[in-house]
Design a binder for this molecule. Structure first.
Ligand SMILES: Nc1nc2c(c(=O)[nH]1)N[C@H]1C(S)=C(S)[C@@H](COP(=O)(O)O)O[C@H]1N2
Ligand SMILES: [Mo]
Length: 394
């Protein structure tokens, strides 16, 4: 019996370790570029192993009833119950996230919050627990430091186990801590505060800055609600008037290239729209100001042979595309301001695409070129396994 339980425990330990590592890798914005080719596969494995963790959990249950009843085992029992509760919460929130496209944005958002929160709480607890159980740590319970007291008795201030736990704890705080605090800070800041700190971090130097329309400042939408996660698959590009331009070419009658000074003079409009990432987070009521894509296309004169609109990021890597019909939707915008401020570099400025009715992987950041083409183009994430159908159905 105990042998079986021990084997189960080892299995469970490895499963949870894998889920932590893969989960953190899927979460870390800095890992998006490097992991892009395997992201979709890694997520599927994470989900599969997550489901397997429930099966292992079910195998535990009989032991929980039989063996942990005695007084002596209450500590272990509490441990086990904690682990079970965590796994259940991760599973339920994880399943909601897996079927993110069929639930409401609010539900996906809550599930993501719970999934993240319990990971941040559970990670240090389980790390601590599992290190103290590793066999090579358990064997080394001899004191690391021995001090001789005046009365001749030996005192043991720090065991090997305690020392290793301390080192692991420190490593945890140093490597994972910053991400945790960022997450926490975003949670507490309102949209305005996080926009301000991102603006303070703006690496673009565009002059003159655009003058916001009255509907933009103060923002007609009242200021956005929620938090953007800053996503990029490259280094974040930096733009000045010298290295920035905006081109529309391909199957058009009048190919155009604007410099910033001309581009800021184009007529803009203001709209309030929501922003949904397919990983579960949403930002509501963003007041965007920019040029409707439709107007830019009219200006350039789309030729009859053109069927698709391809978008290029100034990062040199990211692209995406829309059909002409999709591109003609009223709310597809080449946005320059959000909540009355020039879009800062972290959020894809000075100019990014906004397609409110589709998932934000369509919302190409650092947009610098639009090309009219006659054959379909798969965008950066679609090549790497994302659905070509990006419509938000809620
Ligand atoms: N150039 C570029 N555009 C991009 C991405 C990217 O990595 N690079 N990520 C996309 C995804 S998946 C999302 S959810 C949004 C995130 O926008 P944000 O970084 O402003 O929050 O940008 C989209 N546009
Ligand atoms: Mo996304």
């Amino acid at each position: 019996m105990w042998k079986k339980l021990k084997a189960l425990h080892t299995w469970n330990g490895w499963i949870i370790t894998f889920l932590f590592v893969s989960g953190i890798l899927l979460f870390l914005p800095a890992a998006r570029g490097i992991l892009a080719p395997v992201r979709v596969g890694l997520k599927q494995i994470h989900i599969g192993v997550g489901i397997a963790s429930v099966i292992v959990l079910l195998l535990y249950l009989p032991y929980l009833r039989k063996h942990y009843k005695s007084r002596k085992q209450t500590g272990k029992r509490l441990n086990l119950i904690t682990v079970i509760v965590f796994i259940l919460i991760w599973t339920v929130s994880g399943l909601i996230l897996t079927f993110e496209r069929s639930v409401t944005a609010q539900m996906a958002e809550s599930a993501l919050f719970v999934h993240d929160l319990f990971t941040w709480i559970g990670l240090p607890i389980i790390l601590y627990h599992s290190i103290s159980r590793l066999s090579w740590v358990r064997k080394q319970q001899a004191p690391l430091i021995q001090t001789e007291e005046a009365d001749g008795k030996l005192k043991i201030p720090l065991s090997r186990r305690g020392f290793i736990q301390m080192v692991a704890g420190t490593a945890f705080v140093v490597f994972i801590g910053p991400s945790f605090f960022k997450w926490l800070k975003q949670l507490m800041d309102d949209g305005g505060q996080s926009l301000k700190s991102v603006i303070a971090n703006d690496r673009n130097q565009m002059t003159p800055p655009p003058t916001p329309l009255p509907a933009s400042s103060p923002p007609k939408g009242g200021g956005y609600e929620g938090d953007f996660r800053i996503y990029t698959v490259t280094e974040i590009p930096e733009f000045t008037n010298e290295n920035w331009s905006f081109t529309i070419d391909g199957l058009v009658d009048n190919p155009l290239t604007y410099k910033w000074e001309e581009f800021v003079k184009l007529k803009r409009k203001v709209q309030v729209s929501d922003f949904h990432c397919v990983t579960g987070w949403s930002v509501k009521k963003v007041t965007y100001e920019g040029i409707p894509l439709k107007k830019i296309l009219e200006e350039a004169g789309v030729q009859r042979v053109a069927k698709y609109v391809k978008f290029y990021s100034g990062d040199g890597v990211y692209t995406d595309a829309l059909t002409l019909d999709q591109a003609a939707m009223d709310d597809v915008m080449v946005a320059m301001l959000m909540d009355g401020e020039l879009i800062p570099s972290d959020y894809g400025g000075p100019v990014r695409l906004i397609v409110p009715r589709m998932y934000a992987y369509k919302a190409v950041k650092w947009l610098v070129r639009i090309e009219l083409i006659d054959s379909p183009h798969l965008g950066y994430w679609q090549v790497r396994g994302y659905d070509t159908d990006a419509w938000v159905r809620k």
